[in-house]
Design a protein around this ligand. Structure first.
Ligand code: ZN
Length: 310
């Protein structure tokens, strides 16, 4: 008995598609061919580019049940290696340049690695997560409390530092959630964002887009993990997200990791993998040499909450 052939589904014609407005600036959007659409959990997820700020975003947004599946401990956080402690220490050192306050909140704390380093550095640190399993794991690993994000947002706690790494791109309503998070900051408190900006100018982005165009055969692909990223920003659209929120930008740095072409420790077994690694390392070199702070796939910003009279 032979296994049935997988069903080949043709993508919908772009002219028939409509979507929600841009979650960053509210402008309308058009469908894009890259990243490609995919099907997961019975839903077809497509990508659209905002005509205003050029953010690429996923539509439709996943349901709450789908989001819980995507971000479960076993299916998401446990699949990624921990961030090196040196990177967490560098972030804490930069934060220490702007405040002596010690009450710190890490939103979307994941494996708890940043919380652990913050506690070691003398911060009174707590974490926030949206999934119970992740909150329990992070708390056990970091040795500090991790609470449901919604509980915190509805409470009256105040923090000197709110740290969000790899959070914004996963939010269904980023502007609204960010505005609520800012209410947890003391006056003069710091918002620290460390985010992917996957639509920003980068050698890796250009190569990945060309590769996708060349290798695409027009069929809808199935995803095993669901839509883990709901937005692909640029450095500019990342800043647009913060505009009008009563913040003063005190530091902003664009960097390049080369991901997913250049992954430290990942073996290179094929010619194609070697070419991709070369593109990834070249992208990193370009970003290192870039004095204009333009090229790269990540942005790190520190912003200060202004006083009410500012
Ligand atoms: Zn937009």
């Amino acid at each position: 008995m032979t296994a049935p052939k997988p069903r080949r589904i043709r993508p919908s014609p772009p002219s028939s598609l409509s979507c929600r407005d841009c979650p960053v600036c509210g402008a309308s959007a058009v469908p894009v061919q890259f990243p490609r659409e995919f099907v997961w959990s019975g839903t077809v997820f497509r990508q659209y580019r905002c005509l205003g700020c050029r953010t690429v975003f996923t539509d439709p947004v996943p349901t709450q049940d789908q989001l819980a599946k995507v971000y479960d401990w076993t299916s998401y956080h446990s699949a990624y290696p921990e961030i090196p402690a040196a990177r967490d220490d560098a972030t804490l050192s930069r934060v220490g340049n702007y405040t002596s306050g010690k009450k710190l909140l890490d939103v979307g704390c994941g494996t708890g690695s940043f919380l652990r380093r913050a506690a070691t550095a003398g911060y009174e640190a707590i974490g926030a997560e949206i999934t119970d399993t992740v909150a329990q794991e992070a708390s056990a690993r970091a040795g500090v409390p991790v609470v449901p994000l919604e509980t915190l947002l509805e409470g009256s706690s105040q923090f000197d530092v709110v740290h969000c790494r790899d959070v914004l791109a996963h939010l269904v309503e980023p502007r609204e959630t960010l505005a609520r998070l800012l209410r947890l900051l003391t006056i003069e408190g710091l918002l620290v964002l460390d985010d992917p900006i996957e639509e920003n100018p980068s050698l890796v982005l250009g190569a990945a887009r060309a590769w996708s165009k060349w290798s695409s055969h027009g069929c809808l692909r199935a995803s095993s993990r669901g839509p883990t990223m709901l937005m692909r920003m640029t450095a500019r659209s990342h800043q647009i997200l913060l505009d009008g929120m009563g913040l003063e930008l005190v530091e902003s740095r664009v960097t390049e990791t080369g991901w997913p072409y250049c992954v430290p420790g990942q073996p290179i077994r094929t010619f194609a993998a070697a070419v991709k690694a070369g593109v990834g390392w070249s992208a990193r070199a370009l970003s290192w040499l870039d004095v204009t702070n333009t090229f790269g796939n990540r942005v790190f910003t520190i912003s200060r909450r202004r006083g009410s009279s500012d």
